[in-house]
Each structure stands twice: as C-alpha cells, then as structure tokens.
Design a protein around this ligand. Structure first.
Ligand code: FES
Length: 113
C-alpha cells in the first residue's frame, strides 16, 4: 500500500514538473511547463510579446507562425481559434497561442515568427 502510494506521488510530481522546449526567434530556448497556456509562456519569455485580450481569441496579437514541419505537434484548431484566424486571413501555419495549452507533444516546437 505504501509502495503504491509512493509510486503515485512520484508520478504526479513528475507530471507537474514536466517541461518541454520551445524555440522562438531571437530568444534562448524556452522551457515551458506542460499544461500552461502558450501565450502566457511566450509573454514571460519574449520581450514585446502581446496577448492583449488575455485568451478571448479576438485580438490576434498572440498569433505566431509555426515551422510547417512542426504543425502536427499542436492540438487541432478550436472553433474559437478558427474564427480569430479567419478574421485576419491567417496562413495555414499561423496559430493563436492563447488557444493552445502546452503538451508533451510540443517538445522542440519551432515558432518562426
Ligand atoms: S490573446 Fe488575444 S487572440 Fe490570443
């Protein structure tokens, strides 16, 4: 019983402490905590990065371009994100970071602009 509890606590701690590396032009590699909203991660790491509507998917200030080879690392576009992207005629490799939570699959993600 104690062994099982100990193993469970260790796994939960490992999950909480999990980070992935994200690349963004002009700044050192970013260590992003799994589960964090990507725009918040970028706002802390990238000088001048804006997320003006704080995740409402309406300002598009948090939009970034992704290396096309890395698009599969991201979760699918939600309906709210699609609406925001459509409003600015976004390119297929552009995403609203406020609509994306960091996942383990995003390790090595390259944002190109
Ligand atoms: S913060 Fe406004 S659209 Fe993402």
């Amino acid at each position: 019983m104690l062994s099982t509890l100990s193993k469970t606590i260790s796994l939960d701690f490992a999950r909480m402490a999990s980070t992935v590396t994200i690349k963004y032009p002009g700044v050192p590699d970013i260590a992003a905590a799994v589960g964090e909203r990507l725009d918040k991660v970028l706002k802390e790491a990238v000088p001048g990065f804006k997320n003006s509507c704080n995740g409402a998917a309406v300002c598009t200030k948090c939009m970034v371009s992704i290396n096309t080879d890395h698009l599969s690392k991201l979760p699918p576009v939600t309906e709210d994100e699609a609406d925001g992207l459509e409003d600015v005629d976004a390119e297929p490799n552009q995403r609203l970071t406020c609509q994306i939570n960091v996942t383990n699959d995003m390790d090595g993600l390259e944002i190109i602009a």
